[in-house]
Design a protein around this ligand. Structure first.
Ligand SMILES: Cc1cc2nc3c(=O)[nH]c(=O)nc-3n(C[C@H](O)[C@H](O)[C@H](O)COP(=O)(O)O)c2cc1C
Length: 137
């Protein structure tokens, strides 16, 4: 098991429709690749965690890095792991409140990300996810 987390900056306006498109391909492809994770969008930036078999996670990351809908991709975590944190979620997406006017179907809009985080998550990473709405760059 392997995980990568990165932050990036949205390129251009990310409408709820384009968020939905990203989520749809993520759910479909990640399920097939046994990759799970979470993605946050705060109106300007993405924070995504991908976890699964190392080869699949790296391949997914390489594909995501070529996507023109975001730029300035910075990897903040790249490590081997024993457990899978987001067991049931090919890609759970949270938008932080008010980042989109109409929340697309299947996307949870919340100002309390902690409600969706597994209790096993490391305190360091938990803190980052919980405060992501306040760190716009
Ligand atoms: C911030 C961001 C996160 C993304 N996350 C994923 C992901 O987890 N899985 C995925 O398959 N595609 C993800 N994508 C989309 C990919 O870059 C790519 O467009 C998509 O995988 C192509 O899917 P297709 O080969 O089915 O056409 C993401 C795109 C962006 C901008």
């Amino acid at each position: 098991m392997y995980r990568i987390a990165y932050v990036s900056t949205a390129h251009g306006d990310i409408s709820s429709n384009s968020l939905q498109k990203i989520l749809e391909s993520a759910i479909e492809n990640n399920r097939a690749a046994k990759v799970t994770g979470i993605m946050l969008f705060n109106g300007s930036n993405f924070l995504q965690l991908l976890e699964g078999p190392q080869e699949n996670v790296e391949a997914m990351m390489a594909k995501i890095c070529k996507d023109k809908r975001h730029r300035n991709i910075v990897v903040i975590m790249r490590e081997k792991s024993v457990t899978r944190e987001f067991e049931d979620n090919p890609m759970l997406l949270q938008t932080v409140k008010s980042s989109t006017s109409t929340p697309p179907e299947g996307i949870r809009v919340t100002d309390d990300v902690s409600l969706y985080l597994p209790s096993s998550l490391s305190p360091h990473f938990r803190n980052l996810l919980e405060n992501f709405d306040t760190i716009k760059a």
